[in-house]
Design a protein around this ligand. Structure first.
Ligand SMILES: Nc1ncnc2c1ncn2[C@@H]1O[C@H](COP(=O)(O)OP(=O)(O)OP(=O)(O)O)[C@@H](O)[C@H]1O
Length: 300
């Protein structure tokens, strides 16, 4: 069984007094086992609604979801999947270790409270009451709880919200270890650098739909916004006709003495022309950042 998650033509419509909201619209994707996938999208894009359906917390209005070839509810029941969600679930009066032990006792075959406390990096706050933990520490407690069932699939909704830089690093180190052990990880985040650094694949959502799906490199170049800069020493001047600019998708052309910079949609075709027609130095091709691609795609 190589497919961990299969989502087919899934839509979710909420009925509200003000009318209906199509939170997720005809979304399909498949995630092989062992893949680490970042779910990106602006506020209200539909990420949490999709995650709720992956976990069986809500039912699609149409379409189907399968995790390890089972329905989400069955997959949760068989501890094939566990989650770290944005909303509550922790008891403020309990200590961290009692909270984790309490959830551990509900599993037939739990990983063990002590082990998940170590994996989540919270042995130092084990005796602290949940109510006295910071937002970031509570996130780590939720992470420890998510590890208890030793699930094949981990689904994390904005897991590092509230964590400081060190806590985020420790968190992602733990996630790396899990990914190396072959776990499938799906995480929603607003931190693009986390997606860039950690995910094998990015699924980008806007207005309930998947607007891009691929590796970070693919997503970055989807909008074709690579930037080129170079110098033309001596008396050389770059001269491009409007037809050439259109052909190679040249925009934002700026010249500053001998230095030129521009955006280019067709670097592979433009560069041979420049290199054969001019004496070029200091050539640089700069990939668009994920943030640029994200912003462009989300507002297309
Ligand atoms: N229970 C609900 N009833 C009505 N509308 C809802 C409900 N839950 C979500 N929505 C709407 O569905 C859309 C998608 O919301 P969702 O929470 O899935 O977005 P999101 O991408 O997770 O956003 P964020 O990044 O802010 O968490 C939004 O327009 C939201 O207002």
């Amino acid at each position: 069984m190589n497919t961990a998650v299969n989502v087919e033509n899934v839509s979710k419509t909420f009925r509200a007094t003000t009318g209906s909201v199509e939170a997720v619209k005809d979304v399909s994707f498949s995630i092989p086992r062992g893949e680490v996938v970042a779910l990106l999208g602006e506020n209200g894009a539909g990420k949490s609604t999709l995650i709720d359906m992956l976990l069986g917390l809500s039912v699609p209005s149409s379409g189907s979801v399968e995790l390890m070839s089972e329905s989400p509810v069955e997959a949760v029941r068989h501890s094939l999947v566990s989650a770290m969600l944005q909303a509550g679930g922790l008891l403020k009066e309990l200590t961290v270790k009692d909270q984790v032990a309490m959830v551990a006792s509900t599993y037939k075959n739990s990983t063990g409270a002590q082990q998940v406390l170590t994996e989540a990096g919270i042995t130092d706050i084990a005796s602290q009451k949940i109510g006295k933990c910071s937002g970031g520490q509570q996130q780590k407690v939720k992470f420890a709880i998510a590890l208890l069932g030793n699930p094949e699939i981990l689904i994390l909704d904005e897991p590092t919200t509230g964590m400081d830089v060190n806590a985020r690093k420790t968190f992602w180190d733990s996630m790396h270890a899990l990914a190396d052990a072959g776990k499938t990880i799906i995480f929603a985040t607003h931190y693009l650098e986390e997606a860039e650094e950690f995910a094998d694949r990015i699924i980008m959502m806007a207005h309930g739909q998947v607007i891009a799906d691929g590796t970070t490199t693919k997503i970055r170049t989807l909008n074709g916004l690579r930037k080129i800069s170079f110098s033309l020493p001596g008396e050389q001047h770059l001269e491009l006709t409007p037809e050439q600019k259109q052909l190679w998708g040249i925009t934002n052309l700026i010249s500053n003495g001998t230095e030129y910079s521009m955006r280019c949609a067709s670097v592979e075709n433009f560069l041979p022309y420049v290199l054969s027609s001019y004496e070029v130095s200091d050539l640089q091709i700069i990939r668009p950042t994920l943030a640029e691609a994200f912003s462009k795609l989300a507002h297309a």
